[in-house]
Design a protein around this ligand. Structure first.
Ligand SMILES: Nc1ncnc2c1ncn2[C@@H]1O[C@H](COP(=O)(O)OS(=O)(=O)O)[C@@H](OP(=O)(O)O)[C@H]1O
Length: 357
């Protein structure tokens, strides 16, 4: 029997063929609809991916900028964010910086020139300063937060660089020598001192300025520094801080004398370069700081510091005008401090030109 063309279909009843043809049409429509939906969701996924990628890049590069500016990291991140940043830094192998505990501390003395010393030392490329006074060892609440808290307050440094902090209250606060020793028994300490009488007047000027800011007057110098019988008031804190030998004894009970370098605050004012040179030796650093790094600023009345990237004078709270104290009172104070000064010279093996009577 000859096979008819389309015999397969023509053998089906007509209504079945119509129904089949409709089903085919519908499934074709459904398939193309599904393909379209799939395409749309793919586009959407790509867009979301690009958007997230874009956000990640922004976040990444904004951190990157901060990575290059350790000080900014300190200022602009909270503790948890600093931890994240630490992790990020550790992943970036070619940036080998991290926050380290200080290997050198400027322990004081208050109004001795601690800020100038820190800023001047910071010119050396092997030194990284902590800008803030951390008060970690003299403040019980802060000390109880632990060394890891303290470490995270430090600036980022390269391996081999020295991290340095200054908190002038360390010198006169009990427990501080032991606490520092507990952290690092071979640490190096810098103590910057200044003519005790000038330091006392400087301290008084600061207290007076702080009171004035709050609109309160401070009693006159004479009233605070001398008792009614005319004797020097040893209970007045500012008087006591200038009795350096009393505090130094406590440090020498805990540290070897070769761990403490006494710096002349008077010389740091008149010729900073000479003091900086001997500090470089003490810290085992190459001589890098040059006389040309310092220039005298007539308006400020003090030396300022500069190099290729920095030009800095200390702010107005450093180098205040001192009140004029009658010479008879100055002489009385010099007599008072003489025995303490002599004891101090003996202990540190260096004499200072603090006028004695
Ligand atoms: N280069 C330079 N510029 C400005 N000031 C200088 C400088 N070198 C030393 N000094 C003296 O530093 C005194 C302040 O000492 P401190 O920084 O230790 O003060 S503080 O304890 O931190 O408040 C400050 O004391 P006053 O003069 O009484 O303000 C300055 O005399």
């Amino acid at each position: 029997m000859p096979v008819k063309k389309d015999a397969g279909f023509s053998t089906f009843p007509r209504h079945v063929l119509i129904s089949l043809s409709e089903t085919h049409q519908t499934s074709k429509n459904t398939t193309s609809g599904r393909t379209e939906t799939r395409m749309k969701s793919r586009y959407f996924a790509v867009l979301v991916f690009l958007f997230i990628f874009f956000l990640c890049m922004i976040a990444h590069f904004s951190h990157w900028e901060n990575l290059e500016d350790p000080e900014l990291c300190l200022d602009s991140y909270h503790n948890e964010e600093i931890i994240n940043l630490d992790i990020l830094r550790e992943r970036v192998h070619f940036i080998q910086t991290k926050r380290r505990l200080p290997q050198v501390i400027i322990i004081g003395v208050r109004k001795g020139g601690t800020r100038a010393l820190l800023e001047f030392l910071n010119v050396h490329p092997m030194i990284q300063k902590s800008s803030e006074e951390e008060h970690f060892f003299d403040n019980d609440a802060r000390h109880s937060l632990g060394l890891e808290w303290y470490r995270r307050k430090m600036p980022f440094s390269f391996p081999g660089q020295i991290t340095i902090e200054k908190s002038p209250a360390y010198f006169i606060t009990d427990k501080v020598p032991e606490r520092i020793h507990e952290m690092n028994s071979s640490i190096k300490l810098l103590l910057i001192v200044r003519d005790p009488v000038t330091r006392l007047i400087s301290d008084y000027s600061q207290l007076a300025a702080n009171k004035a800011k709050k609109g309160k007057p401070l009693p006159p110098f004479e009233e605070l520094v001398f008792k009614s019988d005319g004797q020097v008031n040893m209970n007045y804190k500012a008087v006591k801080i200038s009795m350096y030998s009393i505090y130094l004894k406590k440090w020498l009970k805990v540290f070897n004398d070769n761990q403490i370098l006494v710096v002349s605050g008077d010389q740091l004012i008149s010729d900073p370069f000479l003091e900086l040179k001997q500090i470089e030796d003490f810290l085992g650093l190459k001589h890098y700081i040059k006389r040309e790094n310092f220039y005298y600023n007539k308006t400020k009345g003090f030396f300022c510091v500069r190099n290729e990237t920095l030009d800095k004078c200390l702010n107005d709270s450093k180098g205040r005008k001192h009140p004029v104290i009658p010479s008879v009172l100055i002489s009385k104070l010099r007599r008072f401090y003489t025995p303490y000064n002599r004891e101090f010279y003996r202990a540190v093996g260096r004499s200072f030109a603090w006028l004695e009577e």
